[in-house]
Design a protein around this ligand. Structure first.
Ligand SMILES: [Zn+2]
Length: 122
């Protein structure tokens, strides 16, 4: 038979025209319809699952190496080097201008860094 929408020659038992995708036959067989629904639902389900996996896989924040941060803090901490390393640019500039918050913030950060796991997240 021929598709009444695009006039393509198709099989007599076709329900959906393979050329234009429109319904040309009766749904008594209806085998095409559930397959189409299953395909779309399974693909969207897998897309949602992969999206959820992506969300789970994202770390809480920037991953920092404790050793690097601690060395930066000890030697360049009064200039805020470890704050720049952690991505805290504002705090880094503040440390740079105030000499590590007048060395108080610097010493606190060294002690805090020693207590952190390796790697740690900020
Ligand atoms: Zn057609």
């Amino acid at each position: 038979m021929y598709c009444k929408f695009c006039a393509a020659e198709i099989d007599d038992d076709c329900v959906v025209c393979p050329k234009c995708g429109k319904q040309v036959g009766q749904l008594e067989g209806a085998s095409n319809q559930p397959i189409i629904i299953n395909n779309s639902s399974s693909s969207s389900a897998s897309a949602a699952a992969s999206a959820a996996a992506t969300v789970v896989g994202v770390p809480r924040g920037k991953m920092c190496n404790k050793t690097t941060a601690l060395l930066l803090c000890i030697f360049l901490g009064v200039f805020g080097a470890h704050k720049f390393y952690e991505g805290k640019i504002g705090m880094g500039i503040l440390y740079l201008l105030t000499g590590g918050l007048f060395c108080i913030g610097w010493i606190i950060d060294i002690i805090a860094l020693i207590g952190k796991p390796n790697p740690y997240y900020v």
